[in-house]
Write a protein of this length. Structure first.
Length: 276
């Protein structure tokens, strides 16, 4: 297996392992009465050990690779698998938008009944409204990279998933801001942080600020923490939106791994910028 397959496989395996270990942690280390995690539980140690090992592996595997003539060419990927991931991400964003509307209406009603003990769901409303923005970014950027479209017109679609992730991070932080149990809030918050950083680093390539090793590190950790957060019993909206960001990040990692590490990339010519 070449390195262009190893990195996406590492991220995917990290997400699955993170889900399993988080589920183990919640079932074995969480006291159902006090809702506190036991100190030094094997599941907790294994979960954080996994994250450290994934970070080290990502840094080691991200060394070397071909350098494209233009930074934005790093995500060109004529692979049907890549386009499938980006299309699935776009569909998940749209599904999350549809699922978020009734949940938003319910939160508004709850806030109107008891505004003293409930926060006005303004951030949640922005998060739901940003889902179609993420869908446009995933679908258009995926199509551009799949077809070899380059130039200034690729910049705005490339940054849209990161824009959609920002209110999502704020919404998740608001949800856990009153939770004093760090082990409960740290995993979903770190998932948002690393996925946002990965999407930001991906967008930076299109603005002549490439940092491939940073992107790979953030993408692998974002996949791992994101997979782990899915074991926390999220709402259907939260789970689908998390899946959208995971698929979008995995697609970007697949494309970058292909352009940097696939056989023959060193001599591959740059695409024709006139391609539509």
């Amino acid at each position: 297996m070449g390195k262009h397959h190893i990195l996406p496989a590492l991220a995917l395996a990290g997400g699955l392992a993170g889900f399993g270990l988080r589920l183990w942690q919640r079932t074995s280390a969480l006291d159902p009465v006090t809702e506190l995690f036991a100190s030094g539980a094997p599941a907790s140690l294994a979960l954080w050990g996994l994250m450290a090992a994934l970070a080290l592996a990502a840094l080691l595997l991200s060394r070397g690779g071909a350098q494209p003539e233009q930074p934005e060419h790093a995500f060109l990927c004529p692979s049907a698998g890549y386009m499938t991931l980006m299309t699935a991400a776009g569909m998940c964003f749209l599904l999350a938008a549809a699922l978020g509307v009734p949940e938003l209406m319910e939160q508004i009603q709850t806030w109107q009944v008891d505004p003293v003990h409930h926060i006005m769901p303004a951030v949640f409303a922005v998060t739901v409204a940003a889902c179609p923005v993420g869908a446009v970014g995933a679908l258009v950027s995926g199509r551009n990279n799949y077809r070899g479209v380059t130039g200034l017109r690729t910049r705005i679609p490339a940054v849209l998933p990161a824009c959609a992730a920002l209110p999502w991070l704020m919404e998740v932080y608001q949800t856990y801001s009153r939770d004093p149990v760090l082990l409960r809030s740290s995993v979903p918050l770190l998932a948002c942080v690393f996925l946002l950083l990965a999407l930001y680093q991906q967008a930076a390539f299109f603005y002549q600020r490439p940092h491939p090793r940073r992107f790979i590190l953030f993408a692998v950790l974002g996949m791992a923490f994101g997979g782990a957060s899915l074991a926390d019993g999220l709402s259907l909206f939260g789970a689908v939106l998390t899946a959208a960001f995971l698929l979008c990040t995995l697609g970007g990692l697949t494309a970058l791994s292909y352009s940097r590490f696939a056989p023959g990339t060193a001599g591959r010519q740059a695409p024709d910028p006139t391609v539509r």
